[in-house]
Structures are given as C-alpha cells and as structure tokens.
Design a protein around this ligand. Structure first.
Ligand code: AMP
Ligand code: GLY
Length: 437
C-alpha cells in the first residue's frame, strides 16, 4: 500500500517552467520549490537566485520557439509566466495553437486578456463598460490633438497623461501646469515620445488618495483575492525623484481594512471577472489591480496582467499553503474547490539597486555577504553567476524580505540584513513604509 502511494505521488509530480528573471520569478520559484507536487523546476532565463533552487535555461521568454524547445526537451507540464511582455506578445495563444503544446496549462492570460495591461485605452474602455470605478478619461491621437488640448482645459491640475501601449513603466506623466501638459501631449502623439506606445494617449482625471495593489488569481470563472500590498515606486526617500519598477513593498496594507477590501471585491473584482466573461475573454492568471483609496472608496488606476515586482516578494511569502495547488485550480478551472492560507504576519521587502538607477548604472559588481543573512529572505532580481560569484546584472539587484508582528519589526530585520550585504554603489531607500508607520 505504501509503495502504491509512493508511485502515485511520483506520477502526479510535474515539471514546471517559470518565465522571467526578476525578484518576482525568484519568489515564485522558491514558493513552488516547497510544493511536494513538483518534480523539477525550470526558470527561463532566471538569475543567480533561481540558479540555486531550479535549473536556469538561458532563453528569452518572448522567443516562443525557444520556449517550445525548452518545454518539450524537459517534459514541462505547466508554464507560469512572470512578466507582461510574453503575455502581451501572445505566449498563451502560441501554446493553444500548437498541437504539441496545447494541453500544457499556461498561468497567464491570452493576448485578448493581456490587453488590460497592453493598452491603457482598452483597459479604460473595459472599466467604463463594466462599471468599474476609475478616473474620467478620453483618448487622443495626432489627428485629435486639438480636441486633446480642449479636454485638458476641462480638467483641473495635476494632469495625467498615459501612453496607451507598454512603455517599460515610464509612459505615465503627471504634470502641474496646463501648458506643460499640452506640450507633453504633443510630444507624445506627434513626436512619438514613447515610440509607438504613445500613438494614442489617455488623458484622465487625477485621483486623490493613497495607492495600493490588490492581486487576484482567476481561472476565468472563479477567483481568489490574494494578500494586498503597497509598493514604493519613486527612487528617492519621501516618495521623491524618478519612477522605478518599485523600491520596496509591504503586505498587508494597514489602511486596506476588511471594510475597504469588501468594497474592492464588490465594486472592482466582481465586475472585472464578470466583465471578462461577458466579453468572451477566457482569462487564466493573475490580475494586479492598482487602486486609489480615496476616503474609503476604491478607484482603479490600472490593471496589470501579472504579479507585481517587488509586491510578489511580500505577497507570496505570506501564503502559507501550497501555491501550486492554486495553479492547478486555474489549469482545471476548479479554483472554487481550492483554498489557501495566509499568515497574519507583516512582510516587508527593501530593494537593493545599482547606484544611478533608474538612470544609467553599472553592472557586474560582485555581491558579497548574502550568506550571512539569517533573518530575511534575499530574493535575487538583476543578478547572475559569473565564475562562481554572484554579480549584479540589472538596476534592481535584490529584494530583502522579512517578517514581523508589525511593519517596524519586519523592516528592522530587512535593514539589519541589508547591512550584511555589499556591492559597489549599492543604493536603497531607508524609509520604506514611512507613510504607514
Ligand atoms: P501606471 O503606469 O498607470 O501605474 O501609473 C504610474 C503611477 O502614476 C501610478 O502608480 C500612480 O501613482 C500614478 N497615477 C496614474 N494614474 C493616476 C491618476 N489618474 N491619478 C493619480 N495618480 C495616478
Ligand atoms: N511594482 C509595480 C509593478 O510591478 O508594476
């Protein structure tokens, strides 16, 4: 009987491929590596952190032919997509259209669903159509520049201009004067300030309030709301300076109490999921909802079609049960039969970045001291292995995650751990959580 169980266990173990190379993907890999339903874990292309717990495959996740070869060569039975680029480019559609791949579940939406992030104009239309609260807006092109100026004149400052397409997190401008807003609108639509991404520009009302991120996992019918998080996007302390991919994160978010999260579920999550169904979009994956909390009322700033980075580095560690079990629920469309547990503890993460980031910075700096960290988990982001050493390989280098009973306690551990880590010109924000503590 024992032998039978053992065999059955082995039979149900699967090989999984995670696409991506950031801290988010390291956090996915670490969480999935703890599942007893997984045999071998692959990350493409991965980083020095995923190298320690999985097999890295040096391919570009948007090179679908290379992804297919990797999947077939390694008997992969599920693919988890980290970043938006392969989703917007249609990796899930590619699998469904290929006879050898079509039965392999992909966690992440098809192209139609990925448009929620790939086109701001599409996502605003979707929200309006399905009654999801969001800022009033209109979209403009080179041909309608004059109407764009006229619309700006109906708004009060600050003015929010968004490139319609993907612009590596840089496509949103918030401007204080009407004149600046008009100049920038013209730069975007007429002079292609963000390339093709700004052929169409969304102009919308500025939303007041405090921002947070809510994460939903859906199988297209059912959904689970995962822990929420707050991200710190600016490079400088006190939320100043240039936007980055994210300099730190905290979960849970103290101001997102049960009453507020109930409103988010009723007013935002439910109409989003039913809207996708009504529009015939079979969405299987994560929805990251960027929200403004204005005096207890939620308003959607944006959708992303993936998990956040560094939010994942605080959200996944708080999930106390098997994440793969939820992914199976997505794959088999029985997420309603799954449950998951969340630790009530607070998780904080602080991102270590290369000096100069988000502008020009140097790579290939040797990183030392990670092995001395005992009170935190170090998630690698822009790192790689070179001659058996861990070196930096990107602007955001690693995220240091800790737990505590309070935000202060968790942050204290993250900062203590950071003191043990070193690389040339390492920079980080010393005030993560400043607005919450
Ligand atoms: P997005 O790329 O849509 O996340 O926009 C980048 C950042 O700009 C958001 O995280 C917000 O902090 C801010 N933002 C975007 N839209 C608005 C808005 N309508 N009102 C206020 N802030 C906004
Ligand atoms: N941290 C924000 C994002 O992942 O888009």
């Amino acid at each position: 009987f024992k032998i039978y169980l053992h065999q059955q266990h082995n039979n149900t173990q699967m090989n999984i491929l995670i696409l991506g190379s950031g801290g988010r993907e390291h956090a996915f890999a670490l969480k999935l590596s703890q599942s007893n339903k997984i045999n071998q874990l692959f990350v493409a292309p991965g980083n020095a952190g995923t190298h320690q717990i999985a097999k890295n495959i040096a391919i570009d996740p948007t090179d679908f032919i290379a992804v297919k070869e990797t999947v077939l060569a390694n008997d992969i039975q599920m693919v988890v997509v980290g970043p938006e680029a392969p989703l917007v480019a249609g990796v899930h559609d590619f699998f469904l259209a290929d006879n050898e791949l079509k039965n392999i579940p992909v966690i992440g939406p098809k192209k139609d669903g990925a448009l929620l992030e790939g086109s701001k104009d599409f996502s605003k239309q979707f929200m309006q159509k399905h009654g999801v609260p969001t800022a009033r807006y209109q979209s403009f092109t080179k041909e309608t520049l004059e109407e764009g100026f006229a619309f700006l004149e109906t708004l009060a400052p600050p003015f929010v201009l968004k490139a319609d397409g993907l612009a590596a997190g840089k496509g949103v401008l918030i401007l204080n004067s009407l004149q600046e807003a008009k100049i920038e609108l013209e730069e975007m639509v007429s002079n292609k300030k963000f390339g093709e991404a700004s052929t169409t520009v969304v102009i919308e009302e500025f939303l007041k309030g405090i921002e947070l991120s809510v994460f939903v996992l859906t199988d297209g019918k059912n959904y689970k709301i995962l822990p929420s998080a707050k991200d710190y996007k600016r490079i400088g302390e006190g939320d100043t300076g240039l936007n980055t991919g994210g300099m730190g994160a905290i979960s849970p978010v103290p101001f997102a109490d049960d009453a507020f999260l109930d409103k988010v579920e009723e007013l935002v999550v439910k109409p989003t999921i039913s809207g996708l169904q009504k529009d015939g979009i079979d969405y299987r994956g994560f929805i990251f909802i960027g929200l403004m909390n204005d005096n207890g009322n939620p308003s959607v700033v944006e959708y992303n079609v993936r998990m956040g980075d560094p939010e994942t580095e605080v959200v996944l560690p708080r999930i106390a049960s098997d994440l793969f079990d939820l992914f199976e629920g997505v794959a088999h469309q029985n997420l309603d039969q799954k449950s998951f547990q969340v630790t009530p503890k607070t998780a904080t993460t602080v991102m270590l970045v290369a000096g100069g980031y988000p502008e020009a910075y140097e790579k290939h700096k040797e990183i030392t001291g990670i092995e001395n960290v005992t009170e935190s988990t170090v998630f690698h982001a822009g790192t790689t292995t070179k001659e058996n050493k861990v070196v930096s390989n990107g602007g955001r280098v690693m995220a240091v995650t800790s737990f505590g009973d309070t935000i202060e306690e968790a942050l204290k551990k993250s900062y203590k751990s950071i003191d043990l880590i070193h690389f040339d010109k390492m920079n980080y924000r010393k005030d993560i959580g400043f607005d919450l503590t």
